[in-house]
Structures are given as C-alpha cells and as structure tokens.
Design a protein around this ligand. Structure first.
Ligand code: NAD
Ligand code: DAU
Length: 351
C-alpha cells in the first residue's frame, strides 16, 4: 500500500531534512508536513521541494485536536513521523509550561487522533516518535546510554520528552497502537536554528561577538550530522521492530571546549582570518542550571539490526555546515532579527 505520511515539525531543523529525504526518495508516498511555524519553523528550509507533486504543507498546531482530526481525514493519513516539539533546553528553563503543552499534550493529541483513525487496523499503521538521548539523564566519565538505560531526565525539556515517550509506549501497550521510538544524540548541520551551540557560535564568529561557553566547557556531547539522523529515521520507520526503540548516535563525542576550538580553527581558515583570531572570542559564562555532564550513545542496536551507521565524519560535516551558513547569509539574517534579539538578551546579557 502506498503510504500517506504526516510529518509533524517538518519546517524545523531536523524535520525539514526528514521531509526532503522522504519526498525525494519515495515518489509514491504522499508527504504531508504539519507545522505551526513557531520561531523555529521556517518554510524557507523547504523551498527546493515545495512544488513537488507528492508534498503538501498544512499550518496547524498539535495542540488543536480538531484541526489534527480534519487534516487526518482530508489526507487519509496512514502513518506519522512526529518531530514537532519545543526543542531548546535553555528555553525550557525559562518557560517549562510551553514544553508541557507542546511536547506532552501535543503528542497525546496526535496519539488520540491516530488511535481513532486507525482503529481495528493498528498493525498496518505506524506512529514513529522522534525523541532524544536527554531522557536518560547524564553520564559520568564512562559508559553509554543503551535502549534499556532507565529514564532520568534533568531539564524541563528532557522531562517533557520523557513524558511524551512514555505516552507513546502506553498507547502501544494499552490500545495496541503500532509505534517505534528513536532516541538520538545532538544533531548539527544546515538550517539549525542559531540558539543551539554550533550555529550560535558560527553566527557570533561571523559577527565578531563573544562565544559564551557555559561553565568550564567540560560538558560532552555526541554529535551527529542531521542528514544521518534523517537516514536513521527512514530505516527505523520502515524496518524497525514494532513497539521497540532505537538509540541513534554519531560515535562522536566532543568536550564542548574542544569542539568550539575546532570550530574556531575552521572558521578562521574559511573567513581568511589569522589563526587564533576566533578563539579570542571565547568567553566562559555562568553554567546552565542542571547542566548534564555527558551524553554518549551506544548505537550498536540500530547498527546490528538495521545496518545503519553515520555516513559523514565530524570534520566533513562541520566544514559543510560552516559553508552552508556562509552561503546562506540571508537565511541567517532573517532568523536572527526581531524576537531572536530579545531572546538573546534575556539569555546572555547578565550571564
Ligand atoms: P526545531 O525546534 O528546530 O523544530 C521544531 C519544529 O516543530 C518547528 O518547525 C516548529 O514550528 C514546530 N512546532 C513547535 N511547536 C509546535 C506545535 N505546537 N504544533 C506544530 N508544530 C510545532 O527542533 P529540531 O531540533 O528539529 O528537533 C525536532 C525533533 O527532534 C524534536 O522532537 C526534538 O526533541 C528531537 N531531537 C532533536 C535533537 C537535536 O539535536 N536538535 C536531537 C534528538 C532529538
Ligand atoms: O542530545 C540531544 C539534544 O541536543 C536534543 O534533544 C535537543 O533538542 C538539542 O537542543 C540538544 O540539546 P543540548 O542542550 O545538548 O544542545 P545545545 O546546543 O543547547 O548545547 C550543547 C552544549 O553546549 C551543552 O553542553 C550546552 C553548551 N552550550 C550551549 C549554548 C547554546 C554553551 O556552552 N553555550 C551556549 O551558548
């Protein structure tokens, strides 16, 4: 059967890469991108495929259950890939309830619509929930998150994502809804909103602004190129075991300060600046409250069961990412005007 897939959050960073991959790779599928176009959603991210015959956009909020039901009916949706979320940890510290609404209640609204629409035929439909490794909490200097690591979220963001994961699992167990969950590490790449470490620092280096490293810069993250995450979602959506979860990671751990220094080095070369120039912008600032020390994913399950592994090295991916930002100055200017400036001041002025 040809699928009619609702991709939520398709105008965001990761969602836009997932939409593009599915539209291009599966011409027989109908792809419906549902997005509320919050500060993080941007249809410019999809300008290259907006006229594709197998693609449609619906502006809607996942908090609006009636709108979701209408869209489901109108497009006869057979499957969901759910990415819509409030995604930034620092914003969740400023405003936790927004994360409860969108990430938990919004997800339950989608589950309810799917439960009603697919009643009696759950085995032929799939709800793919896109989640994060942050639900597992923090690691010390050693060890890895596996699919059986207990949940232990530390930020309002990760608590809300953990809540949504639990609801997806509960709808599978209680009602029999078909689902898969992917828990992925830190993504980077084109179209990343410049509130997150890598694009924020690229933008600040371009503009000769300070690079606010939280704490001592000792925190460690596992970085994955966004297109490799989209490939993982493709593989798990099509071949993942029903009612199961898969960890997705880059086998690529970096201490923040080492990553920032690598970024500075690459930026100096690309901007034709003297070596060491951008590093002088590094400024150690007050730490993020509840800052998880280390995330590291054991991605051997998706590798062994489904054959997925990252296709791009970090140096290649980072270089391509910087090039994208340098070539898309208008995109960057557009998303860093207005409300972004207010957010930036609130977050960094007194830090
Ligand atoms: P993003 O913030 O760039 O994009 C989120 C998208 O969701 C935006 O297009 C926004 O308009 C939309 N959205 C927000 N609230 C909505 C609502 N109420 N109704 C409809 N649409 C809404 O996020 P991202 O970084 O692309 O992350 C996408 C998903 O992947 C999220 O679920 C996130 O938790 C998860 N994830 C992200 C990362 C990462 O490193 N960025 C890693 C692992 C998992
Ligand atoms: O691990 C997956 C998660 O990765 C996703 O679920 C989240 O949606 C995504 O935002 C990301 O969360 P992080 O909090 O790890 O990403 P962020 O880019 O905000 O921060 C990366 C690291 O850099 C973290 O240790 C905090 C630090 N940092 C971040 C910013 C924005 C700084 O030192 N300075 C900064 O200005």
């Amino acid at each position: 059967m040809s699928k009619k897939i609702l991709i939520t959050g398709g105008a965001g960073f990761i969602g836009s890469h997932v939409v593009r991959l599915f539209v291009n790779r599966y011409p027989d599928y109908a792809i419906v991108n549902l997005d509320a176009l919050t500060y993080a959603g941007n249809l410019e991210n999809l300008s290259d495929i907006e006229n594709a015959t197998n693609y449609k956009f619906e502006k809607a909020d996942i908090l609006d259950a009636a709108a979701l039901a209408d869209i489901f009916k109108k497009h006869e949706i057979t499957d969901i890939i759910h990415l819509a979320a409030e995604s930034h940890v620092d914003r969740s510290i400023l405003s936790p309830l927004d994360f409860v609404y969108t990430n938990i209640i919004g997800t339950v609204n989608l589950l309810n619509v799917a439960k009603e629409a697919w009643k009696g035929d759950y085995q032929n439909h799939r709800f793919h929930h896109v989640s994060t490794d942050e639900v597992f909490g923090t690691l010390g200097d050693s060890g890895f998150f596996t699919e059986t690591t207990p949940y232990s979220p530390n930020s309002p963001y990760s608590a809300s994502k953990a809540g949504s994961d639990h609801f997806v699992r509960a709808y599978g167990e209680t009602y029999g809804l078909g689902y898969v969950i992917t828990n992925c590490s830190n993504n980077y790449g084109p179209n990343h909103f410049p509130e997150k470490l890598i694009p924020l620092f690229i933008n600040n280096i371009i503009n000769n602004k300070p690079l606010p490293v939280y704490g001592k810069g000792d925190n460690t993250r596992d970085w994955l190129y966004v297109i490799d995450h989209a490939r993982a979602i493709d593989v798990v959506f099509h071949q993942g075991k029903n009612h199961d979860s898969y960890n997705v990671g880059g086998f690529n751990e970096w201490k923040n300060i080492d990553l920032v220094k690598l970024l500075c080095k690459q930026m100096d070369v690309k901007l034709g600046r003297e070596a060491g120039n951008s590093e002088q912008l590094i400024s150690y600032v007050k730490d993020r409250p509840g800052h998880d020390l280390r995330y590291a994913i054991d991605a051997s399950k998706i590798n062994k069961e489904l054959g997925w592994k990252p296709s791009v090295t970090f140096e290649e991916g980072l270089s391509a990412t910087i090039d994208w930002y340098l070539e898309n100055e208008a995109w960057l200017k557009n998303v860093t005007s207005g409300a972004y400036q207010q957010y930036y001041e609130k977050q960094y002025l007194d830090r």
